[in-house]
Design a protein around this ligand. Structure first.
Ligand code: T4K
Length: 379
């Protein structure tokens, strides 16, 4: 990586001395994985941090999501309604579990799954709804609950971007049957790779915890077709230490978000998506997505992306292409453009700007200047 390049994110890292001391304890115990002491400590700390009762740690968010779906015992081949405006992992986890993702459209303000569109895709094969709290915008959890109760559907949330999101002063993980968190290096809170499931039922929590350990109950009994989804001790050590720095990182990102907003909110054709967030939600500070209205801005999102790259600024088009445009899904009836007008529009307009605590003020100003100049040059 070139030192002068500005990437979309940069991970927080534990202090070396503190990490060394945890590594010493791993060397001493010789326990490297299989739910050791550091793993158990992290689990308890996360439960406290999130204010929840049932949580299981995983080696990454994708495996967590797959195990979550498996734990719900959904019939093979049945349909799960989801959003196409997400990372590949969401739709792929559904497919890997032998289920069928059915894409519905999203709400223009929150960019999350649209309840009206969910209803229009429900049929006799529908068994679950998988919503994504994209960029930390909460899905319409109340409306989704009403729909799920009415049609007897399970609800799973992908909260990969929503570790610190709160709705009505409660963690967003309190909604749905299961919520998945990602602790990948690119996330606000990271364990290098890693993830978790949060459950509203102890029974499902117990089952998912067995599933992530090959389905092993004890030395004599293997009760399920499980997989290896365990978080190891080194990942957990990163987690214990990074958790101490999450609030600090979040506050720095808050300041950066304020600078971006003040610099860019009056640039014609630039929409700061977070200006649309409802007042009962608190932000996750995971990404800083803007939308580019080509008519008003003068150039397209793709052109701005290239202008920034020339300046060594590596913004990212999360999420373009849509999952519905991937080779494997593109021929599904629910993938056609007319079914997903809002998702297609936003996927062509979205750009996630570099966003991390160590982003220097002069770099933020450089990014804002490049965005303003591209617009002015088109006048
Ligand atoms: N659901 C949703 C909605 C998700 O967004 C994701 C993951 C998942 C599920 C699955 O969770 P996990 O199984 O990953 O736990 C990245 C991440 O790999 C992925 O975790 C994330 N979403 C997705 C949105 O972004 P890439 O291919 O864009 O990452 P990459 O390697 O290009 O990294 C972006 C930039 O971050 C780099 O240009 C530099 C910086 N970086 C990255 C890494 C990995 C670092 O500075 N250090 C690093 O170690 O996918």
């Amino acid at each position: 990586m070139n030192k002068n390049n500005i990437y979309v994110t940069q991970p927080i890292l534990p202090e070396r001395e503190k990490l060394n001391s945890l590594i010493d304890s791993i060397y001493e115990s010789k326990v490297l994985t299989n739910m050791g002491q550091i793993h158990c400590n992290l689990k308890e700390k996360l439960k406290k941090y999130l204010g929840i009762n049932n949580l299981s740690l995983f080696s990454n968010g994708t495996i967590a999501l797959m195990v979550g779906l498996k734990a719900l015992d959904l019939p093979f081949g049945s349909e799960v309604i989801t959003t196409p405006f997400t990372f590949a992992a969401t739709a792929h986890a559904i497919s890997w579990c032998g289920l069928k993702p059915v894409f519905c459209d999203i709400n223009e303000q929150t960019m999350t799954i649209d309840p009206k569109s969910i209803i229009s895709h429900i049929n006799d094969n529908t068994v679950a709804i998988l919503g994504v709290h994209v960029y930390g915008f909460p899905c319409d959890v109340d409306e989704i609950k009403v729909i799920a109760d009415k049609y007897k559907l399970k609800v799973i949330y992908d909260a990969a971007h929503a570790f610190t999101t709160k709705l009505n002063n409660q963690s967003i993980c309190n909604y749905g049957d299961i919520t998945m968190l990602s602790f990948h290096a690119t996330k606000l809170f990271n364990t290098i790779e890693g993830g978790a499931l949060v459950f509203n039922s102890e029974d499902i929590a117990r089952k998912a915890t067995v599933l992530k350990n090959f389905g092993i109950i004890n030395e004599d009994t293997v009760s399920h077709i499980g997989i290896n989804g365990k978080m190891n001790e080194l990942q957990a050590a990163f987690g214990i230490l990074n958790l101490q720095n999450v609030e600090k990182e979040k506050n720095k990102r808050k300041q950066i978000a304020e600078i971006y907003t003040s610099q860019l909110q009056y640039v014609p054709g630039i929409k700061i998506t977070f200006n649309e967030m409802a007042s009962n939600c608190s932000r996750s500070y995971q990404y800083f997505p803007i939308r580019i209205d080509q008519q008003k801005y003068g150039i397209s999102r793709d052109e701005l992306y290239l202008v920034l790259r020339k300046e060594s600024i590596f913004a990212r088009k999360y999420f373009y292409p849509l999952c519905s445009q991937f080779t494997h899904y593109q021929d599904e009836p629910s993938s056609c453009e007319s079914n997903l007008p809002v998702a297609n529009m936003i996927s062509d307009e979205i750009l996630c700007l570099p966003f991390y605590g160590k982003l220097a003020n002069q770099d933020i100003m450089r990014i804002c200047k490049a965005i303003k100049l591209s617009q002015e040059n088109k006048r």
